[in-house]
Design a protein around this ligand. Structure first.
Ligand SMILES: [Mg+2]
Length: 127
């Protein structure tokens, strides 16, 4: 499976990619903010997106809205990994079209479980 990891922290991207590699997923692409993520998706098809919320230029929430507004990417599972843990933030993220949500800091087991859950939910997405 191909993953796109969108986070302005290269350290966080590394942690997520190392976790994915341990799970057997070696095809991982990176972007430093939502705008770079949109550009990357225009040239590189992926099977799942893992994105941060707080980023310069284009936030994760605006990135998710852009992903859902594009016919080519609207069905992709999107996992949001963020420090924004307030209930209203989670509700906003789900409204924007996030498939699942991980609050930092996370353990490898948590992200593994959330990735698997997001993949299970993907086929039933209808919007
Ligand atoms: Mg950030």
């Amino acid at each position: 499976m191909r993953f796109l990891i969108v986070d302005d922290s290269s350290t966080m991207r590394r942690i997520i990619i190392n976790t994915l590699k341990k799970l057997g997923h070696h095809e991982c692409y990176e972007a430093g903010n939502g705008r770079e993520g949109v550009e990357r998706l225009a040239t590189t098809p992926v099977d799942m997106i893992i994105t941060d919320w707080n980023m310069p230029e284009m936030s994760g929430i605006d990135f998710v809205r852009a992903v859902r507004a594009n016919e080519a990417t609207r069905q992709l599972p999107v996992l949001m990994v963020t420090t924004n843990a307030a209930e209203e933030d989670i509700v906003e993220a789900l409204k924007a079209g996030v498939s699942n949500y991980v609050v930092k800091p996370f353990t490898p087991d948590t992200i593994k479980e959330k990735i698997q859950a997001a993949l299970r939910m993907a086929p039933s997405r209808t919007r």
